[in-house]
Design a protein around this ligand. Structure first.
Ligand code: AHG
Ligand code: MN
Ligand code: MN
Length: 335
């Protein structure tokens, strides 16, 4: 350890409570629940290779995708951890068709709702590739003390009060924003503690990485096809050709591009006509973080955070990353 003082996530939250726009202590409690759940899920993921937890369950999730057992496990752990806190009035999850309203006596004063992707990149679980959890936090809009309603979850991303993700990778990192920059904490496994490792992350204005599933090329809109060709062209003055990197875990692809500079694209026109990624618990939280780090996130035409959601599991096309690169890609889309 360097001479600099090691700062734990818990200390950082307490010392920076003014970063949360509402009552002191609420964010600390809420993020404590997420921090605890992340450690539990991390432990389980690290055991995945030796425990009898690999393989698909018999159920498909609400979007007809195969659920791995760890999706179900992570979903349960996060919901339990959030339910035990008096701050959260309800949760929406990729793994649940409908949202859950928490209505125990401890929730009678709960002001927040959480939307989450408990396990992102689940196809990578059984091949030891980085996966993650993504979360998004809002103030409820219906009266405190009543069960949460759909409208509490269908707020535009610009109303988020906090968002973040955890990556279970070569190391485990928790990254969050409350609208005052983006901060990352790496888990020290020997201590079981998240330590401040990335304060005030800034996304480079441009980079040389483009991340897109090119296997779907034939389905892409013409503008995206042209942009891909642009990325592959030789032009030393603009560092092209760019480098192609695609993990297949959105959260990991996003994190790499945020640190190194790059663009992530999941466009329309694949087998999923509206794009694949989900607005509430994949695109919005990462868009909030992208903007807070100086980056940009759009559906190709419109700011992601300005979209008014119409349904819980709504899908949108997604262009996120270094501002100059996202602007460039948008230019190709407009023709
Ligand atoms: P999830 O595991 O939560 O269902 O999310 C998978 C998503 C995202 O993480 C990833 O970037 C994308 O699906 C990959 O899709 P393709 O395999 O179609 O490229
Ligand atoms: Mn996902
Ligand atoms: Mn998932």
């Amino acid at each position: 350890m360097s001479a600099a003082r090691a700062i734990t996530l818990g200390e950082y939250l307490v010392e920076n409570q003014e970063m949360f726009p509402y009552a002191k202590g609420e964010l600390t409690a809420l993020l404590s629940a997420i921090r605890l759940a992340a450690k539990v899920v991390n432990r389980e993921i690290n055991k995945a290779g030796i425990a009898d937890i690999l393989g698909a369950t018999d159920d498909d999730n609400v979007q007809g995708e195969r659920q791995m057992k760890l999706d179900v496990y992570a979903n349960d752990v996060f919901i339990k951890a959030l339910r035990q806190r008096g701050e959260v009035a309800g949760v929406a999850s990729e793994e649940l068709e409908d949202f859950i309203a928490f209505t125990d006596p401890i929730h009678s004063n709960a002001k927040y709702i959480v939307a989450m992707d408990p396990l992102d990149g689940s196809s990578n679980v059984d091949v030891n590739v980085s996966i993650g959890t993504i979360f998004s936090i809002y103030r409820r809009v219906t009266p405190v003390g009543t069960p949460v309603q759909l409208e509490d979850f269908l707020q535009p991303g610009s109303a988020q009060v906090a968002a973040g993700y955890v990556i279970y990778g070569s190391s485990t990192i928790l990254v969050y924003t409350t609208g005052h920059g983006v901060h990352g904490f790496t888990l020290d496994p020997s201590l079981g503690t998240f330590l401040l490792s990335h304060e005030s992350i800034r996304m480079p204005e441009r980079g040389v990485i483009y991340s897109i599933n090119e296997g779907n090329y034939v389905h892409f809109p013409d503008g995206v096809k042209r942009y891909i060709k642009y990325c592959q062209e030789l032009d030393p003055a603009t560092d092209r050709p760019y480098t192609s990197r695609y993990i297949g875990s959105l959260v990991s692809d996003f994190h790499r591009n945020m640190l190194k500079g790059g663009i992530y694209i999941y466009p329309t026109g694949t087998k999923s006509p509206k794009g694949k990624l989900r607005l509430l618990y994949e695109c919005n939280p990462l868009a909030f973080i992208a903007e807070q780090a100086g980056g940009r996130a759009t559906d190709g035409f419109q700011r992601i955070l300005d979209i008014k959601p119409e349904e819980l599991h709504q899908r949108v096309p997604y262009f996120a990353g270094s501002t100059a690169m996202v602007l460039e890609a948008e230019g190709f889309l407009r023709g």
